[in-house]
Design a protein around this ligand. Structure first.
Ligand code: F0G
Length: 440
């Protein structure tokens, strides 16, 4: 195997424009910038993506407290606008573990965050930075969850919030959240990538502070998923997981986890050989990252037509690809595309374990199953699948994947008679067979 590059990259010398040991570095040209003086999302010189850097990299001993801010030694502030977030469960799923066939399978359920997705981890930090920079209007493009999180954290911080959503392609729960938390919701006649183009234009014209994952501070909050997984898994098993499987859309989370691991390697807290293999999963109808990994491309090619039932990851132009592709490659991971049918099956598999997730989240489990079946993942591996959003985010998809309610007469005897009818299994290739209907 090639030597894995787990360096942070660029100079580690604290530049003059650092603020209390925090600065921004361009991942392409290495130029450094002050973190909070001006609003910038990409490099002034070469337009490359920016990464937050610190004078000191964290060790596990630096972490205390609970939730995202437990990890403030690795964040730009001590505390932020909080609801609070993080500290999500790392479920054991012994039946699914046996069925898929790996030594250890855990589900990190990020749907248990305050607004029901991992985006809250990014927003608690991102909105804190918005306060430091001194802006009065927040904005994002979103497939739904980012908008729900931004609306809630914007409300908490008493800041005006604008969200741009692809018309007709956002799950009901997410629009409802943005609406009730008081965001202005602009429905764009185009997909997520078009919404992001517009919101980037608005941000560059100074009309709003961008809180998509192009904003490097968002990813700082999302890094804490990586810290939490490593700490909890180690506590339980006395070792770190071999692999983390996660759904990929804009590839922010993949980039964030990779950064968490590199910082721990930098401080000497994590041996390079203990870094989990980052394994990205996309829907077949929106898989530019998988295409780039499979064909060894330097960057992703934009997919103009994207479609999947997993609307959260219906994205054709992952802006964080320049950070995430090295994350997958340098950890020895891979990327795989799964069909909508397999995603729904995985959603049911998780539901049978009592874990309710939205379709995009289930992609991680569908991807793991596919890679086990193809032999790319070894049965001896310890694997953590990330489930990114809660079942209630997309009630329509959940109802479609689940059993239909059965109408019964308003009469106990007749209800009993109905219950004596035979249950039939219409699915069958899942864990226990899928009970989808009844014969009366
Ligand atoms: N899973 C869910 C439930 C998501 O909402 C998203 C992204 C992803 C996975 C992919 O994460 O972009 O970091 O690779 N949702 C964004 C949004 C795009 O607008 O809510 P990623």
């Amino acid at each position: 195997m090639a030597t894995l590059d787990l360096q942070l990259g660029g100079s580690q010398t604290v530049p003059e424009d650092a603020d209390d040991g925090v600065w921004l570095t361009c991942i392409e040209c290495g130029e450094t910038f002050a973190p909070f003086d001006d609003v910038r999302y990409t490099c002034d010189d070469c337009d490359g993506l920016l990464e937050v850097r610190y004078a000191d990299s964290p060790t596990f001993d630096d972490f205390e407290g609970r939730g995202v801010w437990r990890y403030n030694a690795a964040l730009p502030f001590e505390e932020g606008v909080t609801l609070p977030e993080g500290d999500t469960p790392l479920h054991r799923v012994p039946d699914l573990e046996e069925d898929i066939g790996v030594r250890n399978l855990r589900i990190k359920h990020e749907g248990m965050n305050p607004t029901g997705s991992f985006k809250d981890r990014g927003m608690t930090v991102g909105v804190r930075v918005a306060q430091a920079v001194g802006v009065d209007r927040l904005a994002c493009a979103s497939t739904g969850n980012t908008s729900a999180a931004l609306s809630a954290y914007g409300a908490r911080a008493n800041l005006e919030t604008l969200v741009l959503l692809p018309s007709g392609k956002v799950a009901a729960g997410k629009v409802a959240q943005a609406s009730l938390h008081g965001a202005r919701i602009l429905e764009v006649d185009g997909n997520f990538d078009a919404c992001l183009d517009i919101v980037q234009d608005l941000a560059s014209r100074g009309e709003a502070y961008l809180l998509n994952s192009l904003n490097p501070f968002r990813l700082e909050g999302q890094k804490t998923i990586g810290f939490e997984i490593l700490e909890r898994f180690y506590e339980d098993e006395g070792r770190f997981p071999d692999r983390i499987v996660l759904p990929v859309g804009n590839a922010g989370n993949t980039a964030a986890l990779y950064k968490a691991f590199r910082e721990l390697v930098q401080s000497g807290a994590l041996a390079p050989g203990d870094v989990p293999k980052l394994t990205g999963v996309q829907a077949e109808g929106a898989a530019p990252m998988v295409e780039a990994i499979e064909n060894d491309l330097e960057d992703t090619k934009r997919w103009d037509d994207v479609e999947t039932r997993a609307t959260a990851i219906r994205i054709g132009n992952p802006v964080n690809a320049p950070k995430a592709l090295p994350g997958i490659r340098n950890t020895g991971g891979t990327a795989v595309a799964v069909s909508d049918e397999r995603i729904t099956e995985a959603q049911r598999d998780l539901a049978e374990q009592g874990i309710g997730v939205e379709p995009a989240s289930a992609a991680s489990v569908a991807g793991l199953r596919k890679l086990r079946l193809s032999g790319e993942i070894d049965p001896g591996e310890d694997v953590v699948c990330l489930t990114t959003g809660h079942l209630l985010k997309d009630p329509e998809a959940a109802a479609e994947a689940g059993a239909d309610p059965e109408p019964v007469p308003n009469d106990t005897d007749k209800v009993l008679k109905h219950l004596q009818g035979k249950r039939v299994s219409l699915g069958g290739d899942g864990l226990l067979g899928k009970v989808l209907g009844y014969v009366r």
